[in-house]
Design a protein around this ligand. Structure first.
Ligand SMILES: O=C(O)CCC(=O)C(=O)O
Length: 256
């Protein structure tokens, strides 16, 4: 159970780290299953594309970063299916957002050893817009993630301004314009973590992370959940918008 102070901190700052939400045994099982998934199904890329790379990386590094991204680990491993109903996780998202929570996605973001890719400043809203603020990202750390391995960095309170305009298009992953939003101009808070820690954050919170410059992997998995009443803004009212309900019961909305 979260305390009232933790819930208030999430509401005020837009993020909350919960240490040891997953036990060492749970983290070890999920971590070793993930290594097997990466080895059998994973593919290394340079990470997100886009003009932002010129502002975050030197010329040589722009082409030599490494990343392994993988959606839906539950397609390969039942442990990654069961975890959607993890009691500690579902209780936290209920307390932080709403009594009935719907799963949206699970995605691995792994930064391999030298040189794991950075992520530019962005909100997650443009990746999966919904019609309200009740969307929470949950970053489960599978490895110890010190500052040098490219831990998450956040702009506390930035979620309160709502969705911002991002640079988008086929040539780039959505990111905030680098002439205004860049670590050179915007102060951010480092959130290093240990394996088993979870960082909860609003999809409207501005965040980024630097390269992994250590000799170790930095693997984390982001779960996205939202208040089951939320919908993508351009969905027709008559079209259902359902997915796995991980906590609570989804009431039928009243006809408009
Ligand atoms: O894992 C990270 O460091 C950041 C990933 C990210 O930007 C995200 O989950 O939206």
């Amino acid at each position: 159970m979260l305390t009232q102070e933790q819930i208030q901190a999430y509401q005020d700052e837009g993020y909350l780290k919960v240490e040891g939400l997953f036990s060492p045994e749970e983290t070890e099982e999920l971590g070793s299953e993930m290594i097997r998934i990466i080895n059998e199904w994973g593919q290394e890329t340079i990470g997100w594309h886009g003009p932002w790379r010129e502002r975050y990386l030197n010329k040589e590094e722009q082409q030599s970063t490494k990343a392994v991204f993988l959606h839906n680990p539950h397609f390969y491993s039942s442990a990654w299916g069961r975890v959607l109903f993890h009691e500690g996780l579902t209780r936290c998202v209920q307390q932080l957002v709403a009594p009935c929570m719907q799963w949206h996605h699970t995605v691995l973001h792994a930064k391999p050893p030298t040189l794991g890719t950075p992520f530019p400043m962005h909100q997650d809203h443009p990746f999966y817009p919904h019609d309200g603020p009740g969307f929470i990202d949950c970053l489960l750390h599978l490895d110890d993630t010190p500052i040098e391995s490219g831990c998450l960095q956040v702009v506390p309170g930035s979620h309160l301004g709502g969705p911002l305009e991002h640079i988008t298009g086929a040539h780039t992953a959505p990111h905030l314009p680098t002439d205004k939003y860049h670590p050179d101009f915007i102060e951010t808070v480092l959130v290093p973590a240990k394996a088993g820690d979870m960082i909860f954050f609003s999809y409207n919170m501005i965040h980024w992370s630097d390269c992994n410059r250590t000799g170790d992997w930095r693997k984390s998995v982001r779960f996205g959940f939202h208040d089951a009443r939320l919908r993508p803004p351009n969905k027709k009212p008559e079209d259902p918008y359902n997915n796995i309900v991980v906590a609570g019961f989804k009431d039928k909305p009243e006809a408009a």
